[in-house]
Write a protein that binds this ligand. Sequence first.
Ligand SMILES: Nc1ncnc2c1ncn2[C@@H]1O[C@H](COP(=O)(O)OP(=O)(O)O[C@H]2O[C@H](CO)[C@@H](O)[C@H](O)[C@H]2O)[C@@H](O)[C@H]1O
Length: 620
Amino acid sequence: MEAIGIARSCCSSLPFNYISSSSSSSISFALPLSQVRRRRGWNWPLSVKTHAVRVGPNEQVGGLTSQALPQQDLNSKKEVIDSGTNSSSTPKEEEIEGIEEDGKSECRVTHNIVFVTAEAAPYSKTGGLGDVCGSLPIALAARGHRVMVVSPRYLNKVSEKNFASVCDIECHINVKCFGGDHEVAFFHEYRAGVDWVFVDHPSYHRPGTPYGDSRGAFGDNQFRFTLLCHAACEAPLVLPLGGFTYGEKCLFLVNDWHASLVPVLLAAKYRPHGVYQDARSILVIHNLAHQGVEPDTTYGNLGLPSEWYGALEWIFPTWARTHALDRGKAVNTLKGAVVTADRILTVSQGYSWEITTPEGGNGLHELLSSRKSVLNGITNGIDVDEWDPASDKHISFHYSSTDLSGKVQCKVALQKELGLASRPDCPMIGFIGRLDYQKGTDLIWSALPQLLQDDIQFVMLGSGDPNTEEWMRASEHNHKDKFRGWVGFSVPVSHRITAGCDILLMPSRFEPCGLNQLYAMRYGTVPVVHCTGGLRDTVENFDPFKNNGNGYGTGWTFSSLTKESMLGALQVACQTYRERKDSWDGLMKRGMMRDYTWNKAATQYEVVFQWAFLDPPYVR
Ligand SMILES: Nc1ncnc2c1ncn2[C@@H]1O[C@H](COP(=O)(O)OP(=O)(O)O[C@H]2O[C@H](CO)[C@@H](O)[C@H](O)[C@H]2O)[C@@H](O)[C@H]1O
């Protein structure tokens, strides 16, 4: 094990690779963030005033090393931070983009990165989390980082084939939680430069999605994802992937509540014993609406020391309690990560602000606001190979921004597939997504009768809320000539809808980033979206007069979230489609020509990685 020194007080202790900061006004240099953290008044004792610091060079065991930042990099980094931040603000995305030029090729400072996630496509996917954790690791590996993704090995009849090339590496560990020892095994595949590691346990082998089945969420999800987190903490220490472990100096990227115990475990279980002193963790929030909240009596099951209860403690407000004797006491897994992670990221900049407001914070806005100094947003990229209209294997005709002729052929093929009249000139609107309150499908439900009075075709693909599924089936029955409701989950159909439609509708109540509007724009399908979160950040509202009358924008954003404003935006979009072909062409082409690559986002992640290593890790 490497040399670790336990330290001096916060104020004086800086890891050896810090540069002098006495004249800096930047918070990152003037005040170690762990100290800022301690001043926020969170609900546990603040008495521990020391933390571990590295006292010597930290050689890695693995092949690619996490190096100490070269002095020259630190200087340029300092400039980036100092130039755009005042003493209390978070570095902005523009600043993150400011050093993007540097990152076009391979990254100069590489890390051992461990993604922890409940989903990673193509092995498992119920939504955007799977997409992101299936692509971003590959983009980071291509830039020189050593990357591992740790996720459960879900086996149901449908998903088994997704894990066909994954091998048992015959490494078993016992996880102590839920009152016993639970043996988990590790499976592995090295693909696209990434170590895909799967945690195997009988609780991951059952019909349904990763989270539930037709009867609702699985009752033991807290147990299943507790296992995942414990196993993910062990993986870098015990798995000799390619002959070498990742070792202790790694960077955990923990995604959503399912992975949120990882930073708590690092702080509560490992660091007090001298392990993972040089590791960092970044919480990536894809959706704050799900926080992994369970009764407080379950805390003892999590394998955490009792004195860390405060990190997860969660008291429901009075109005949210179920009866007079309900004291509202719970444990909130995501909150634990918000408290203990070294940095926090969301999947768009707009959403990173929204979650600090009472409207968007799902009860965590005050805590998140208190961590603004380590909170950033980076807009997701997309897998531009999987989603490429010029080569997509799921569509019969191909096209590009320079030759759009295949697009209308895709539309006619889709109309045929769905049994709708083949009408190349009829505006075709699509919706793809989870049938969930978040996605605003209730708005579509209430607006459909009015919408279908117009001469349009409308196709919805989705699964989720049973009532909405039933409504989709009934609407298809009642509007056979205009509406199709495809209930289920089908990636090929989602590609064909994205290619075949003219307009993609996304009336999301909130949208941390949103991927479908990005796919749509890449396919020349014009998004009409509620102006929120990542939708606001990524869809530029159409203005025919801007740009010397040549037009500006890639779609329509409507606000407020009402049936009327949504119908209004759709009406304008359909009218433009019918009457302004030149404007429509401009909208399509501008959307198709944008840069959606993960490489762009990956360079921004790298800046945040550097910031994470500039501060000492979280210790209580
Ligand atoms: N029935 C179906 N059949 C086939 N494919 C389907 C489908 N339903 C959904 N999909 C696919 O699942 C993905 C959903 O992407 P979203 O961005 O809408 O993610 P979601 O809300 O799940 O995730 C959260 O995480 C992502 C990633 O960070 C954020 O973009 C988002 O805002 C946040 O809510 C897309 O690839 C979509 O095509």
